[in-house]
Ligand binder design. Sequence first.
Ligand code: FNR
Length: 202
Amino acid sequence: MLGSVPGDGAQAEGTRVLGICGSLRAGSYNRALLRVARELTPDGMEIDIFEDLGHVPPYNGDVEAEGDPPEVTAFKRAIADADGVLIATPEYNYGTTGVLKNAIDWASRPPRQSVLDRKPVALMGASTGIGGTAQAQLQVRQALAFPGAQTMPEPELLVSRVRDKFDGDGRLTDELVRTALGALLESFSEWVEQVEAISAAA
Ligand code: FNR
């Protein structure tokens, strides 16, 4: 948390959160969910949405050995500069999307010294099916474990049958989802503080 003495619990300059959407679609429900999150932030939290995930190239160890491409550097820097990361993942074939998994793979490098190490993360997701991205979120949680990201265990936000929960203009019409998203953000604010306090004491 920027501007605070580690472990003092103060939010002097607030909590900067990077929102990452696993879908590249302009009309993505998951991006719409991140936009709603920006309206519901608890006091002191700000969410910036990373809009360039589609420019992150496919992971290639040979390319990495020559130095990170600028798009990868920008992605890693955005994560490094954030106090926490809020990921909204769609579900593609019972998993997360290739673009999101690929971006996590880049961000996880180099091992044990990556920008994901000890980074607080919260997950959510929306799908048109009944599962609400449960399996996609599980896969993202698993992918974040080895790099050492600190993924908040609960609450979960699984938005199923998402077409019934947004109107044609991308506005959230479901009050239960709005309330659950607000609760997730409140919990994430506390989670970021807890992870930072533990990291500072280590
Ligand atoms: C899907 N979708 C989907 N939905 C689901 O509930 N379970 C699934 O396994 C899948 N699989 C799947 C595979 C592929 C390749 C696509 C393109 C879609 C539907 C998906 O939930 C829907 O397209 C969402 O709207 C995608 O999220 P965005 O783009 O709206 O954020």
